[in-house]
Write a protein that binds this ligand. Structure first.
Ligand code: LLP
Length: 418
C-alpha cells in the first residue's frame, strides 16, 4: 500500500502533483511519501504489539536523515552496518539504545565508535570479531553487549546476491561454532552476552523460511540456556519482501502472527530489522524521457536516470514498474521498449523488453518501488551528480537532499602537484 496515485489524469504523491515537484526540482529525483513510511512502520508496530519488541529499521535501505528522523519520531531503532550509518542514526535522533550493529567486517574504529555511543548490541559474526570487540571494550573500560549471528542454513528462495542464511554464504556462525562462541564470550570480562541473531536474506516473499530459521534459533537458544547463558534479545533480522510486479508477499501482520505463535509465551524481547518492507514502496524515482530511439531491432526510451541512480535493474535484473506521470488512456497502444539511461554501458537499463505506452519526448516517468536500495546504492559513475531527494507530507513537499553540484563532484579531489 502506498500513496502514489493518479488523480484527474496525473500522478500524485499524497496531495502533491508530481509534475509540480519536477518543475521546481528538475529531474531525476527520488520522491518519498511520509504517509506511506508512517503507515508501513505502524503496520509492523501494530503487528507485533502483543510482545516486547524493537523495530530496528535497516538503514542501508534508505538512510536519508528526513526518513530516519520520521521513523525515529515513530519510535524506530536502527540496524546499522557501518560507522556512517550510526552517525546518521544519531543525527536523526534515533536512540542508540535501540541500535543493533550487523555486518561481517566491523573495523576497530567502528567498534569503538559504537561502544562510545552505547548501542544496544553488536551482532557478532566471527570469533575474530568477538576478540576485536573485547579488545576495544577493554581499552574503553566498558562491557560490550553482544549477540551472535547464527547462520541457520535455510534457503530464503530469493536472488542469490541477497541470500545470506545459507551455509555457503559469508554470514553468521554455524550452530556448532555459535555454541563455542557463546562459551568463549561468557568468560570475557569486557563482553556481555545479551542476544541471539539471524538474518536469512532479503525480498523473501513467503513465510516458511522465516519460521524455519526461527525454529532453529529457538532450538539453539534452548541448548545455550541449558548451558547457563542468559539471552534477552532474539533478533530475527529483516527480509520481508514487497510487491514490485506480480509477487504476493505476506503483509506484516501475517508475517508477525506466524512469528508470534512461536514467541508469545517466551520471555524475550524481539528485534526485527525490516528495511525494504518499510521503505520500498514509500519512494519512487522520477525521470524524464529525453529521446525516443527506434532501431531496426527495437524501441529505446532514453531517460535521464541511469544505473548510477538506480542500480537494482542492472545489478539484480530487478523489476521496477515504470508508469507515465501523465496517465494514458487504457485503450492507448502499447509498445515493447527498453527503458535505458545515459550511462555508457549496455547494462544501463531500468527495464528491458517492457510493454510501455506510446510516449512523447519530454514526458515524466515514475519508476515505482524505488524507496529501498535506490538512492543508497546510487553513485557518481560517469561523473553524474547524485540526484535530489524530496519528501512529501500531505499537500507539502520538502527537498530533503539537494541535488549534488558539479563542484560537489570534485570537492574532495586535488590536482596532482608533487
Ligand atoms: N538486517 C541485515 C543484517 C541485513 O543484511 C539486511 C539487508 C536487512 C536487515 C534488511 O533487509 P530487508 O528487510 O531490506 O530485506 N541491495 C539489495 C538488498 C540487500 C539487502 C542486504 N541486507 C536490493 O536492492 O535488493
Amino acid at each position: 500500500m502506498h500513496y502514489f496515485n493518479y488523480k484527474n489524469g496525473e500522478l500524485y504523491c499524497e496531495e502533491v502533483p508530481i509534475k509540480k515537484i519536477a518543475q521546481e526540482v528538475g529531474t531525476p529525483f527520488y520522491l518519498y511519501s511520509a504517509k506511506t513510511f508512517t503507515r508501513h512502520f505502524k503496520a509492523f508496530q501494530n503487528a507485533f504489539s502483543e510482545i516486547k519488541h524493537i523495530i530496528c529499521f535497516a538503514i542501508k535501505a534508505n538512510s536519508n536523515l528526513a526518513v530516519l528522523s520520521l521513523l525515529a519520531s515513530l519510535g524506530s531503532g536502527a540496524d546499522i552496518v557501518s560507522k556512517g550509518e550510526l552517525f546518521r542514526a544519531i543525527k536523526a535522533g534515533i536512540n542508540p539504545k535501540k541500535v543493533v550493529y550487523s555486518g561481517v567486517g566491523k573495523r576497530e574504529d567502528e567498534i569503538r565508535y559504537a561502544l562510545e555511543n552505547d548501542i544496544l548490541m553488536f551482532n557478532v559474526e566471527s570469533l575474530s570479531e568477538l576478540k576485536a570487540i573485547e579488545k576495544q571494550a577493554k581499552l574503553l573500560d566498558k562491557k560490550a553487549p553482544i549477540s551472535f549471528r547464527v547462520n541457520p542454513d535455510v534457503d530464503p528462495k530469493t536472488h542469490p546476491y541477497i541470500s545470506t542464511g545459507l551455509k555457503k554464504n559469508k554470514f553468521g556462525l554455524s550452530r556448532k561454532e555459535a555454541i563455542k562462541a557463546y562459551d568463549l564470550a561468557a568468560n570475557m570480562e569486557n563482553v556481555e552476552v545479551v542476544g541471539i541473531d539471524c538474518h536469512i536474506g532479503s525480498q523473501i516473499t513467503e513465510i516458511p523460511p522465516f519460521i524455519e530459521a526461527l525454529e532453529r534459533l529457538l532450538d539453539l537458544l534452548k541448548t545455550l540456556e541449558d548451558k547457563g547463558h542468559k539471552i534477552k534479545y532474539i533478533d530475527i533480522g529483516g527480509g520481508l519482501g514487497i510487491k514490485y510486479h506480480d509477487e504476493a508477499p505476506p503483509e506484516p501482520d501475517e508475517y508477525a502472527s506466524e512469528i508470534l505463535k512461536k514467541l508469545k509465551d517466551l520471555p524475550y524481547t524481539l528485534i526485527i530489522e525490516p528495511g525494504r518492507a518499510i521503505a520500498g514502496n514509500a519512494g519512487i524515482l522520477v525521470t524524464k524521457l529525453l529521446y525516443i530511439k527506434d532501431t531496426e531491432e527495437k524501441r529505446f526510451y532514453i531517460v535521464d536516470a541511469g544505473m548510477n541512480d538506480l542500480a537494482r535493474p542492472s545489478l539484480y535484473k530487478a523489476y521496477h514498474e515504470i508508469i507515465p506521470v501523465l496517465e494514458k488512456k487504457e485503450d492507448k497502444k502499447e509498445i515493447l521498449a527498453d527503458v535505458v539511461g545515459p550511462i555508457c554501458e549496455t547494462g544501463d537499463f531500468l527495464a528491458r523488453e517492457r510493454s510501455m505506452p506510446l510516449l512523447e519526448e519530454g514526458e515524466l516517468l515514475a519508476v515505482m518501488s524505488a524507496g529501498a536500495y535506490g538512492f543508497t546504492m546510487s553513485s557518481n559513475y560517469n561523473s553524474r551528480p547524485r540526484v535530489a531527494e524530496v519528501m512529501v507530507s500531505g499537500d507539502q513537499f520538502q527537498i530533503v537532499r539537494e541535488r549534488e553540484t558539479l563542484q560537489d563532484l570534485i570537492s574532495k579531489e586535488s590536482l596532482f602537484n608533487l
